[in-house]
Design a protein around this ligand. Structure first.
Ligand code: HXC
Length: 268
């Protein structure tokens, strides 16, 4: 679908997207690029990174891929420094890397629980922490009055409770708290806006493939008045809006992009 935004609204900006080579992260990379940003993708899989970068370059988007795991602080620091060296500034950090699987709480080992928190929650904080020096007002490549923007990809499953998702629910709750606290501290001190996006079910993503098998079968869908499957494009448009000047007064907000699904209950 054609973007409703002008194609130059992110001109001159540089974005680093974790998990940026696949799924929702890749669509965000693509749309930030199509609206004028140069993009750096961080991911664990070399082949996936290489093919994502080729696709972006074929769209004339300046793009580079860096291998790294958000669980490793040294990878975070290296990729952030490399992004700065490649493009001369960093304006936007999108934390889209996430780990997930279905597991009943009684079958989930504490290490399985910890692994998802390490990727989603600690990984998000680590990336923000390491990127701060480049994102803050007056940082390298920036003027003294304006800071950058961070988007943390969340979910809605922790607003209530979700079967077999205790680890992800806990992890995304921590992500939302991190979004709010950084918005407060870094918005005040450094003019950095920190927001989140909470997608609902999105078609053609690893999340849907892994999590939606029987759980969201046709019967369950019929009982959900607002059930719709979104597109990766919907999430990417929210990201473009939030990081652009259109979102300049939005800070500390996690925008729900789920067609209203999380509000729904069975009719009877
Ligand atoms: C139970 C599991 C498990 C599973 C891993 N573990 N997979 N437990 N069921 N299916 C446990 C392991 O037993 C182990 O604990 C611990 O987790 C670490 O496992 P590893 O295999 O060593 O970890 P690692 O190779 O680092 O992989 C972690 C991973 C991750 C979480 C599986 O690689 C991953 O999910 N990758 C896919 C990324 C992805 O799909 N992203 C999209 C997310 S969608 P023990 O105790 O045995 O040592 C999303 C949407 C959320 O986030 C919202 C939806 C509504």
């Amino acid at each position: 679908m054609e973007s409703p935004f002008k194609s130059d609204i992110l001109k001159g900006k540089v974005a680093l997207i974790t998990g940026g080579a696949s799924g929702i992260g890749f669509e965000i990379s693509t749309q930030l690029g199509k609206h004028g940003a140069s993009v750096a993708l961080m991911g664990r899989r070399k082949q996936v990174l290489q093919s994502a970068v080729s696709v972006l370059q074929s769209l004339s988007i300046p793009a580079v891929g860096f291998e790294g795991d958000v669980r490793k602080q040294e990878d975070a620091a290296r990729v952030i420094d490399s992004t700065f060296k490649r493009f001369g500034r960093i304006d936007i950090l999108v934390n889209a890397a996430a780990g997930n699987f279905l597991a009943a709480a009684e079958d989930l080992s504490p290490n399985g629980f910890r692994t998802v928190l390490d990727i989603d929650s600690v990984g998000t904080f680590t990336m923000c922490h390491e990127a701060l020096k480049y994102l803050k007002k007056g940082g390298p490549g920036r003027d003294s009055s304006s800071g950058g923007a961070i988007i943390n990809i969340s979910a809605t499953l922790h607003y209530t409770a979700s079967w077999y998702q205790i680890h992800v629910s806990a992890a995304k709750a921590a992500v939302d708290a991190t979004t709010r606290n950084l918005a407060l501290e870094w918005g005040t001190d450094y003019d950095i806006r920190v927001n989140g996006i909470a997608p609902g079910p999105i078609s053609d993503t690893p999340g849907m493939t892994k999590l939606a098998p029987e759980e969201l079968g046709s019967k369950a869908r019929e009982e959900m008045p607002l059930f719709k499957i979104g597109e990766k494009w919907d999430i990417a448009m929210a990201a473009v809006y939030l990081v652009s000047d259109a979102g300049k007064f939005i800070n500390g907000n996690t925008m729900i992009v789920d067609g209203g699904l999380w509000l729904s209950r069975p009719r009877h």
